[in-house]
Design a protein around this ligand. Structure first.
Ligand SMILES: Cc1cc2nc3c(=O)[nH]c(=O)nc-3n(C[C@H](O)[C@H](O)[C@H](O)COP(=O)(O)OP(=O)(O)OC[C@H]3O[C@@H](n4cnc5c(N)ncnc54)[C@H](O)[C@@H]3O)c2cc1C
Length: 357
């Protein structure tokens, strides 16, 4: 296709915005449409902030990991490392805070930590083991030095402003979106817009299957809820961990942002009580110093059955998908956007994240 083609992206979350960024940087004409009033108001709103190639293995519980799964995780680690490099560059460009000191993951004991270290190293994730009174609350933990962190929602808003200034069009509040195939592309209709476009990228997170169904394309995607609670920072900051810390048992994390502390995650939880209780158990001294949460939040992650994203063409010419990033959407957004832009504009053949429908 030529870069003069008009590309519509459905979804102004991290994935849609980063895809718009990569396409616009290559000269494409892009419009982003979203049902919500602004950018990053869906699952990308209040996540744990970790840019964590270390978590590329599937989080789907109860599935025994095979050699093929580990091969797949290795591929995801590669994309995550590329994505991380792109993201850190952009975060710096926008002058936003970032932490590049890694992430930790608490382990039940040293033996388990060693086992995790061995598997992580086998998929290309540098891992060491620490026990530190402040960083890991005195518990054994794996440290992943190549992980980073930053505020995903602040990044998404800065990117959306930047894209607007670079000529990308945004349509927010687009309720009742209808999409149809037309002779030379697609026809988009919302409550107050009618637009013809040449190509469509569905990056609508958990809304993606419904959008694709309008074009008779079936996408298998699970919606797995997660939750967050934000606390004001305690008065004594000297005893806070310097990087995000995860707990494998509750699939949650504690992250210190510039102006607040967040515990977030969970797999299927719709309110943060259990996660707060778990972190109170892990870090009783810290939680005794916190006031009640300032706010809480719940959202659904788009999770593919294999636990890997779909970054791919579909059976409909000109229709693409970029979704299914599960617990990895912040980590993978920039790399996924770049990969899809290369596929669309440069004809790059890449079947690592193919969607069969
Ligand atoms: C508690 C929690 C913690 C997390 N922590 C991390 C983390 O530390 N690191 C990490 O890498 N990832 C993390 N994630 C995952 C990450 O946040 C998601 O993978 C990512 O936000 C998904 O982005 P998205 O753009 O696909 O979806 P979204 O942000 O949901 O964007 C999709 C957009 O599409 C729009 N849309 C949907 N349907 C339609 C329609 N029919 N018409 C118009 N618009 C539509 C929605 O309004 C939405 O704005 C976390 C997730 C949760 C829930």
């Amino acid at each position: 296709m030529t870069i003069e083609s008009h590309i519509l992206i459905i979804g102004a979350g991290l994935i849609g915005l980063c895809t718009a960024d990569a396409l616009a940087a290559r000269g494409a004409r892009v419009t982003v449409v979203d049902a919500r009033p602004g950018p990053c108001e869906g699952t990308s709103f209040s996540n744990s902030g970790m840019i964590h190639p270390s978590q590329a293995r599937s989080w789907v519980p109860g599935v025994k990991e095979t050699a093929a799964d580990l091969d797949a995780a290795r591929v995801s680690v590669e994309l995550a490392m590329r994505s991380r490099a792109l993201l850190l560059e952009k975060i710096e460009h926008f002058g936003l805070p970032q932490r590049t000191s890694g992430c930790l993951q608490i382990q039940p004991d040293i033996e388990t930590a060693r086992q995790v270290q061995s598997v992580q190293r086998s998929i290309g994730v540098r891992t060491d083991i620490i026990i530190d009174p402040i960083e890991s609350f005195g518990l054994p933990a794996c440290r992943f030095p190549d992980d980073s962190s930053g505020d995903a929602q602040a990044f998404g808003c800065a990117l959306a402003d930047d894209l607007l200034a670079r000529g990308v069009c945004f349509i927010y509040g687009a309720q009742d979106l209808l999409i149809r195939r037309a002779e030379d592309g697609f026809l988009l209709r919302t409550s107050d817009q009618l637009m013809a476009v040449d190509q469509v990228i569905v990056a609508a997170g958990v809304g993606s299957p419904d959008v694709l169904a309008q074009l008779s394309v079936r996408l298998r995607l699970n919606a797995v809820s997660g939750t967050a609670a934000d606390f004001a920072l305690p008065d004594d900051m000297s005893r806070l961990p310097s990087c995000p810390i995860m707990d494998a048992q509750s699939r949650s994390a504690l992250t210190v942002f510039a102006d607040r502390l967040r515990v977030s995650g969970g797999w299927g939880e719709i309110e943060p009580r259990a996660i707060i209780d778990r972190w109170t158990e892990i870090a009783p001294d810290l939680f005794s110093r916190l006031k009640p949460p300032l706010s809480t939040w719940t959202a659904k992650r788009p999770v593919s059955p294999a636990g890997r994203p779909y970054i791919s063409a579909t059976s409909v010419p000109g229709l693409w998908v970029n979704t299914g990033h599960g617990h990895m959407g912040w980590t993978l957004c920039a790399g996924s956007g770049e990969l899809l832009a290369q596929m669309i504009l440069n004809g790059r053949q890449d079947d690592r994240f193919t969607f069969a429908g």
